[in-house]
Design a protein around this ligand. Structure first.
Ligand SMILES: CC(C)(COP(=O)(O)OP(=O)(O)OC[C@H]1O[C@@H](n2cnc3c(N)ncnc32)[C@H](O)[C@@H]1OP(=O)(O)O)[C@@H](O)C(=O)NCCC(=O)NCCS
Length: 162
């Protein structure tokens, strides 16, 4: 498994993940409905945006997921991650990717904290946070744009010196 910057040949994979209703539900979003060419423009702009660091998770030469570091403030940032193909979840890829991202955030970017959140019923993501030394620091209520229902959201934080 490697993390690398996204490139134009990743557009179709990113588009298929953003159209997947199951992935959208886990993120509290609606699946995107724009055309591939409109999505391509959005992705290429976002991947150039210096305020968001996007990484493709690659395994055996194929893009299998995406991770982002964003919302850089208060000496920290937010982390988001997804593994696209359902049959590749639960194989340890996200755990390894988050571990690499923490090294990058703390050692290369010099941040003090990495924050994340997930829905209370997303036990897989909670395990990924726990295995990487994150602590649960609070909870809240999230209105999902997927089904317009309210869910409990759990907030996590990993400090550099944890
Ligand atoms: C959440 C997600 C990023 C985790 O990535 P992953 O590569 O599947 O995670 P890993 O394999 O590294 O670790 C998953 C852990 O959850 C456990 N797990 C797997 N399926 C589970 C389930 N249905 N319920 C509870 N735990 C589960 C695994 O056993 C593993 O823990 P362990 O090492 O203690 O055994 C990935 O599953 C995903 O993309 N899901 C859909 C999108 C999503 O939820 N994104 C996060 C939004 S905040």
């Amino acid at each position: 498994m490697i993390l690398r910057p996204p490139r134009e040949s990743d557009v179709e994979a990113a588009y298929s993940w953003d159209r997947d209703p199951e992935l959208a539900a886990w993120n509290g979003r609606a699946p995107i409905s724009i055309s591939l060419s409109a999505a391509r423009r959005d992705y290429l702009a976002r991947w150039e945006d210096k305020s968001v660091k996007t990484f493709i998770i690659e395994a055996a030469g194929d893009p299998i997921g995406m991770a982002t570091l964003y919302d850089f403030r208060r000496d920290g940032c937010e982390l988001g991650i997804k593994i696209g193909p359902g049959n590749l979840r639960g194989k340890g890829y996200a755990t390894e990717a988050v571990s690499l991202l923490l090294d990058y955030a703390f050692d290369t970017l010099g941040l003090e904290a990495v924050r994340g959140s997930t829905m209370a019923h997303n036990h897989r993501m909670q395990r990924v946070f726990e295995k990487n030394g994150f602590a649960q620091v609070g909870d809240g209520s999230l209105l999902s744009r997927y089904d317009n229902r309210r869910y409990t959201e759990l907030f996590y934080e990993r400090r550099r010196d944890a």
